[in-house]
Write a protein that binds this ligand. Structure first.
Ligand SMILES: Cc1cc2nc3c(=O)[nH]c(=O)nc-3n(C[C@H](O)[C@H](O)[C@H](O)COP(=O)(O)O)c2cc1C
Length: 219
């Protein structure tokens, strides 16, 4: 597939079929991830692939943590206490949420159920936990993001669906304890991976503001 077609065709998938992702495809996807550029070629990423019984156990532990209502919050925040969130960002997030709730409704999924689906990774048979040693410095998270995007595009090219996620990391300790992720590493993201169902929720396509709003040419 052409790169441009993959970039425009990929979308977040939020309902998966149970079939496992073949190991060979996982290797191809992870190879794509590690071929991303990184600052000083330090390759700061680490990928933990979680499937089968380990994934089921993780989902049970997350459900338990949710029941107890203990959410220490995410370590990597996508907001900043010192600086206000740009209104445009809030508008775009609001539009996303409205669109997702509408699609979920069409698929017969209630909003609360949709939110809790995040903690089951939308039934994906495979979850990739992405880590980065804090010693690389938080600026290196940019490089990790490049790796993740490669991974998503490669997965799409192979006919797989994916959802880049941070919400489940609200319960970071649940992940750390199980997968030996030390405090000295950032839990960067989790990627839900698998074959998409034909649910309405997977037909949802997020919008983008026009290029004129975000790009400038000099001169
Ligand atoms: C860092 C990051 C965290 C995200 N976390 C979640 C998440 O927890 N749950 C979810 O459903 N989508 C999550 N997303 C997916 C975004 O909502 C999605 O990428 C955005 O709406 C654009 O839609 P698209 O991926 O379909 O192009 C996340 C995306 C990124 C990049």
């Amino acid at each position: 597939m052409e790169v441009k077609a993959a970039i425009r065709g990929r979308r977040s998938i939020r309902d998966f079929r149970p079939e496992p992702v073949p190991r060979e495809l996982l290797e191809t996807i992870l190879q794509a991830a590690i071929h991303a550029p990184s600052n000083s070629n330090r390759q700061p990423w680490e990928y933990l692939v979680i499937t089968g019984a380990r994934l089921e156990e993780l989902k049970s532990a997350l459900a338990q943590a949710m029941k107890q209502g203990v959410s220490p919050g995410r370590e990597l925040k996508t907001w900043d206490e010192a600086w206000p969130m740009p209104a445009e960002g809030n508008r775009r997030a609001g539009e996303l949420m409205a669109g997702l709730v509408e699609s979920a409704g069409k698929a017969g999924i209630k909003p609360a159920e949709f939110v809790s689906g995040n903690f089951r990774f939308f039934n994906a048979p495979c979850v990739i936990l992405v880590l980065m040693d804090k010693g690389y410095g938080y600026g290196a998270l940019v490089s990790v993001g490049a790796g993740i995007e490669n991974l998503l595009l490669c997965a799409y090219d192979l006919g797989l669906g994916s959802c880049w996620m941070m919400m489940p990391l609200q319960y970071g300790e649940v992940f750390r304890r199980r997968f030996g992720a030390p405090e000295s590493s950032y839990l960067v993201s989790v990627i839900a991976l698998g074959y998409p169902t034909d649910s309405e929720i997977n037909r949802f396509k997020s919008s983008r503001d026009s290029l004129e709003k975000v790009a400038k040419y000099y001169p």
